[in-house]
Every structure is written in C-alpha cells, then in structure tokens.
Write a protein that binds this ligand. Sequence first.
Ligand code: SAH
Ligand code: F3S
Length: 477
Amino acid sequence: MASEHIIEEKKQGQALITEQDALNKKKVYIESYGCQMNLNDSEIVASILAKNGYNTTHLLEEADLVLVNTCSIREKAEQTIRKRLQKYNSVKSINPEMKIGVLGCMAERLKNKFLEEEKMVDMVVGPDAYRDLPKLLRTVESGREAVNVFLSKEETYADVTPIRLNTNGVTAFVSITRGCDNMCTFCVVPFTRGRERSRDPESIVKEIKELWKNGYKEVTLLGQNVDSYLWYGGGLKKDFKKASLSAQENALDFAKLLELVADELPEMRIRFATSNPQDMSVDVLYAMSRHKNICKYIHLPVQSGSTRMLKRMNRQHTREEYIELIDKIREILPDCAISQDMIAGFSGESEEDHKETLSLMEYVKYDFGFMFAYSERPGTPAAKDMEDDVPMEIKKRRLSEIINLQMEHGLYRMQQFIGQNVEVLIEGNSKKSDGHWMGRNSQNAVVVFPKGDEKKGDLVKVKVTHCTSATLIGKRV
Ligand code: SAH
Ligand code: F3S
C-alpha cells in the first residue's frame, strides 16, 4: 500500500514536470564550479527558471541562456571560469541571441567589474539574488545588462524545491545554512556569501521527505559551517542574542536538527558538511552515536597543525583543542572516519609550522583529505595585512609532502576494512566497469563490487577483500 502510494505520487510528480516542460520554450545550460553548495544552488536556480519558461539542456550550442555558477576560493578556480567564459562567447559569436550570466561567488566578488572590464557577460547575480532571476532576465531580454549582488539577511531559499541536476537518483544535497561568520583570514567566503543564517527546520524535513518519496536514500545537509546551525524563528545568527527570551529558549541547534531529521526519516542515510572544529559540539557526536542512519563521517578541516598559524588564520582553536576534539570523536564514535582540509604555505609559515602540520596528520591519520597551496584572495584580511611570503616552490614542496602523507594514511585507513562486512548504499555503475556497482559505506569510503540481483539505491552488505588508497573492493555477503 505504502509503495503504491509512492509510485502514484511519483507519477503525479512526473506529470507535473512534463506539463511544466511542455510549456517552457527556452533552454538554459547551467555549469557549476566549486563547492557542493554551488551544485545545490544551481538546482535552486533550475527550479526558479523552470517556473519562468526555461528547461535545462546539456548542450551548450542549443542554449538560449548560459549560466555559470562560479567559485572564488582560489585564483585557479577563477582562471578556470574565465576560460569557460571565453568558450561561451565563442559559441555566442555564432548565436548572438544567446545570453550569458555569471552566478555565485565570483559574481559577488567582482560585481559590476564583470560588465565593465570583461564585456563577456550580460548578467551578474550573487548567491542571495536568485529569486530575482526572472526580473533580471526580462532586463537582459530587452537588450540591457542586469546585476543583482545584494547579500541578504534572510534568504535561505527555504520554499524552493530544487530540480535535481545530473542526479544519480539516490543521493541529494539539502542546504541548511547559508553564509559564514567565521572570518578565517585567508577565506573569501564570508565576503561572497554574507552572514550566517539558518533555514527553517520544517522546510528542511519537508524537502527530505519529498526526496524519500521520490526514491532518494541519502541526503547531505549542507552549509559552510553546519555546526553553527541555529533556528530561532529566522534572522542572522549574530542577532540571536537580540531575539526574545522565548525565541532563544526554543531555539534548535545543529545536534537537535540532526536528531529531528534522523527520527523523522529513520531509513534515510544522513550526512553533513562542513564542520568547523570551533563550532562542533559534543552533542552532535552523541546524536551521531544514537542514530544508525547518521553516517559515521566528519569532514573537519583544520588548515594547519601549528597553533601559531591557526592564530594567524583566525581559526578559533589551538592545535591542542583540535586534538581534544579528535580524541572525543574517537571515544564517542570509535568507527568514525575523519577528513581534513589543509593549506600549505600560508603567510608566515615556517618549516617548523609545516612539520607541525605533518605531525598532526600522523596523530589523526585522516581517512581523506583536500589539500591546497595558499592562494591570496583580494579583499580578505590576510591580503590586507599579511604578506604572501612563502615562495611558490616551497608551497608546492610542502603541499606534495602533505599529499603524500595523506595517501599513506588513506591507504592505512582503507586497509582496516579488509576482511570486514560493510554496509553499502548503491549509487550506480562503477566508473571502470558496467559489471560492477559503486557505492559508499557509512564512513564515505567508495566500495566497488560485482553486480548480482540487487539494484541502484539498495543498501547491501559487502565483504571487503582488498583495496587501493581510494577504493574498497569486495563481494556481496
Ligand atoms: N567551510 C567551508 C570551507 C570553504 S573553503 C566548507 O564548507 O567547506 C574550502 C577549503 O578551501 C578550506 O577549508 C580551505 O582549506 C581552502 N581554502 C580557502 N581559502 C583558501 C585560500 N585562500 N587558499 C587556499 N585554500 C583555501
Ligand atoms: Fe571560510 Fe573559515 Fe568560513 S574557511 S567558509 S571563513 S569557516
């Protein structure tokens, strides 16, 4: 009965989309760069545009509108996007009616400069202005340029149901907070995404229930700093203390949100990213330990193992405090995987500081890592006050030492699974072979195994027989 109901709902959902599709005459081509939140924002954009005459297309050449959702985090990310803009413009030279819009962080950072200097785009839209797209498009269609880079105190797109782009039909992203108040000195995000605000828990649960009905089996709750989530009826996180006493008393923090979602959807797998060490509470760890459906994986960027560097970076914790947090995770969640982000060669980093990063890595033995050479970003506190004084060759050498060590640790962690039975959610075909499934275990390790009678979206037990530094290989039990 329940499953019939779901199938019926699905049919209705499809019928609705088809009706909408049939009415839409124009085509939008959307490309996304950068973080998972950008991917999710593009899905929100697709949804807003679907109600305003646009269906998505995978073919750049047939697009009436090309949108690129951009990333500013490192200089290289921006260079990649400039190259793409040149490509779109070469297509536009054949199809002059085509419009080009820049969305996201680079739009926010460069604002009007895009129109003034680059002459490569018709529209510039910051991450909080997507609701304004229909109006901006009307301006553009009438032959004028359009800009909205207003950063909002409220916008969370709570009531927009994202249209899932490039989806595997099994896993989906759900945004829960926007912006970041942490002001790490190297980071451009607080400037491009504005102040922190949280999304209404009801709308979060509603979206996830909808995903479940449509066959999704795993969600990742997204925010620049998810542990800082705080719902007290709306408004900026920094204004919480100004809220009424009853609003403060009834506030819902991230640990409570996790429990709420895990209880309401006991079979949905739940992940979250990103955690900031200074904001992560023990309550979150206990919530994870109490719920089997919350995956045992924490992405816990640290950036450096040296307290001196952490201080220069304005990270609000020391090396020792971070280690304490790691110890707590190991104690409360013994089977939890942990991953890092590291920056090599930040301003003022000495060889000694770098060695402290390596020694912290030895202590934690991270399961995964995302590692970068420091890239100075205009407008950040570091760009204003600190010299980018570590020569590129040294940054690169330190980065490769960090990456090599991470590969060793990744392999070590993977090897611990050999001989074990792990629970795997099947996401689709293995990249290398159609005869194999690919999925992930709770710890976020990729698992590959030969196909049998199971299907995509099934949760199955796999015995791990061998591994590489990034993949577990096994067979069903
Ligand atoms: N809280 C965010 C972090 C966004 S930035 C999140 O949701 O992931 C992602 C990572 O990029 C950071 O953790 C940091 O390691 C790296 N990064 C940020 N600014 C950088 C810079 N100027 N140069 C090099 N790496 C940077
Ligand atoms: Fe950036 Fe630090 Fe926030 S890395 S996104 S300012 S937690």
